[in-house]
Design a binder for this molecule. Structure first.
Ligand code: 5GP
Ligand code: ZN
Length: 113
């Protein structure tokens, strides 16, 4: 499949790997928007949140367990962090393999822009 993040998870395209297990892969965002900006993805190709299926629930909970661990490892668990999934055009999704941005290390505004 011609998907950038599938290729990154398969290590056909290099990335700075943060986490790698059976279901979940995490890597540094190439254009970080905060001191900590890690992308966490299910290895299974799911294009957007709209395409999530019941069978993906286990992988999705592992995504959040990875987020918890990475936030702790990066020292932002207590100071605070954000986990964001953009879905489709209005949210600004540019890569159509479901991914969760883990952002931390600075203060974020709310509501988001
Ligand atoms: P989206 O806008 O779809 O929510 O987020 C896509 C993210 O993927 C962006 O933050 C962008 O910087 C990141 N990104 C795009 N291409 C690459 C790449 O080739 N390698 C890495 N590590 N990140 C990428
Ligand atoms: Zn994919």
């Amino acid at each position: 499949m011609d998907c950038l993040f599938c290729k990154i998870a398969a290590k056909q395209i290099p990335s700075k790997v943060v986490h790698d297990d059976n279901d979940v892969f995490a890597f540094e965002d190439i254009n970080p928007q905060a001191p900590v900006h890690v992308l966490i993805i299910p290895k299974k190709h799911v294009a957007t949140l709209n395409d999530l299926e019941k069978d993906d629930c286990e992988a999705l909970s592992r995504v959040y367990m990875a987020a918890k661990k990475i936030a702790l490892d990066r020292g932002v668990a207590d100071s605070g962090f954000r986990v964001v999934a953009n879905c489709n055009a209005d949210a600004g999704q540019t890569v159509f393999h479901l991914h969760f941005h883990l952002l931390g290390g600075r203060k974020f505004g709310w509501p988001p822009g």
